[in-house]
Design a protein around this ligand. Structure first.
Ligand SMILES: [Zn+2]
Length: 275
C-alpha cells in the first residue's frame, strides 16, 4: 500500500503536468472503486481548471477552480500513470482516464479497486468523512515532541499501534513506523504512554527523518506501486529493519526480529530498541 512518501511523490509528479491546466475528455469506466464515484463525476470534472495538487495524509487533493476539490486515495494498488507518447498504451484496470488542455493523458490504474475518489467543496474539505478525524501532518512544524506527548499521555496501547492510529499522526504506515522506532531506539511493544521526553523527541525526529529521506528518494516501491512517471522508487534498499527478519541489525549486527502486532508484522532490533 502506498504510504505518505509515495503519495507525496505522486502529488509532486502530478503537480507539474496538471497545475494550471484544464481537464478534458474525462472518462469514468465503471460505477465504483471501493465506493461509488460521486454523481455526474466526469461531467463535474470536465472543463475545470486545476489550481493545485497537494497531499493530506495518504490522500491526493486536486483543487479545482469551480470551488470543488477532487479527493483521491490510491488504496492498495492504485497508480496515476502519466503517459508519455512513446509508451501510450492503455491497459485493463484503467478506470479513470483524462487529458489536459496541454496534451497530457493521465490514467488511474487500480487492479484491486480499493482506491477512492470523491468531489467535495474545497471550503469544507477538512470536514470530509475521510479527513475529519486525522491528526497532524508529521512533516509540518505543528508536529512536535510536545504535541505527540500530549496525544500519547496515558495511552496503554503499544507505541507501534498508537503511531498507526491516524488520529495521533496522519499518514504513517507499517514501514515508516518500524523505521522511525528503530531510529528512536524504542521497542514496538512499549506502552505509548511510557515514553520519556527524550524518547518522544527522538521519535518525532525519527519520523520526520525517515519520511523526508523516502520522499527525497522518490518514494519506496512495493509490488503494486509505480510512480507517476512509471519509474520504480528505490528507498526500500535502505530500510534498516522493515522486511529484514533474521538479517543483521545495521548498528549492532544482532538479527532483526519480527513479531505480530494487531495482525501486522513489526520488525525491530531486540538489542538497539529498548523495552
Ligand atoms: Zn541493533
Amino acid at each position: 500500500m502506498p504510504e505518505l512518501p509515495e503519495v507525496e511523490t505522486v502529488c509532486r509528479g502530478l503537480s507539474g503536468p496538471l497545475t494550471g491546466t484544464v481537464l478534458r475528455g474525462v472518462e469514468v469506466r465503471r460505477p465504483d472503486l471501493r465506493q461509488p464515484f460521486p454523481p455526474r463525476f466526469a461531467q463535474r470534472l470536465e472543463g475545470q481548471k486545476v489550481l493545485s495538487v497537494r497531499r493530506r495524509a495518504k490522500y491526493i487533493v486536486i483543487d479545482l477552480d469551480g470551488q470543488d476539490s477532487w479527493l483521491i486515495h490510491l488504496g492498495m494498488s492504485g497508480r496515476m500513470v502519466i503517459d508519455r507518447p512513446e509508451t501510450d498504451k492503455e491497459r485493463p484496470h484503467d478506470h479513470v482516464v483524462f487529458s489536459t488542455d496541454t496534451g497530457h493523458r493521465i490514467r488511474y490504474h487500480d487492479p484491486r479497486r480499493f482506491g477512492m475518489m470523491d468531489l467535495t467543496p474545497t471550503a469544507n474539505l477538512s470536514c470530509h468523512p475521510a479527513l475529519a478525524g486525522l491528526g497532524p501532518e508529521p512533516l509540518e512544524d505543528a508536529f512536535t515532541p510536545a504535541s505527540l506527548a500530549s496525544q500519547l499521555t496515558g495511552c496503554r496501547s503499544p507505541i507501534k499501534t498508537a503511531l498507526l492510529d491516524q488520529a495521533v499522526v496522519a499518514g504513517l504506515g507499517n514501514i515508516y513506523v518500524a523505521e522511525a522506532l528503530f531510529i528512536a531506539k524504542i521497542h514496538p511493544t512499549r506502552p505509548a504512554g511510557s515514553l520519556t521526553k527524550a524518547e518522544t523527541a527522538r521519535l518525532v525526529q525519527g519520523i520526520k527523518h525517515v519520511l523526508s529521506a523516502a520522499i527525497a528518494a522518490g518514494g519506496s516501491s512495493l509490488r503494486d506501486y509505480v510512480q507517476t512517471d512509471g519509474e520504480l522508487g528505490y528507498f526500500q534498499t535502505q530500510w534498516a529493519v522493515y522486511g529484514r527478519e533474521a538479517e543483521a541489525c545495521l548498528a549492532c549486527k544482532t538479527p532483526v526480529q519480527r513479531i505480530q502486532q494487531g495482525g501486522r508484522s513489526s520488525f525491530f532490533c531486540p538489542k538497539c530498541q529498548r523495552k
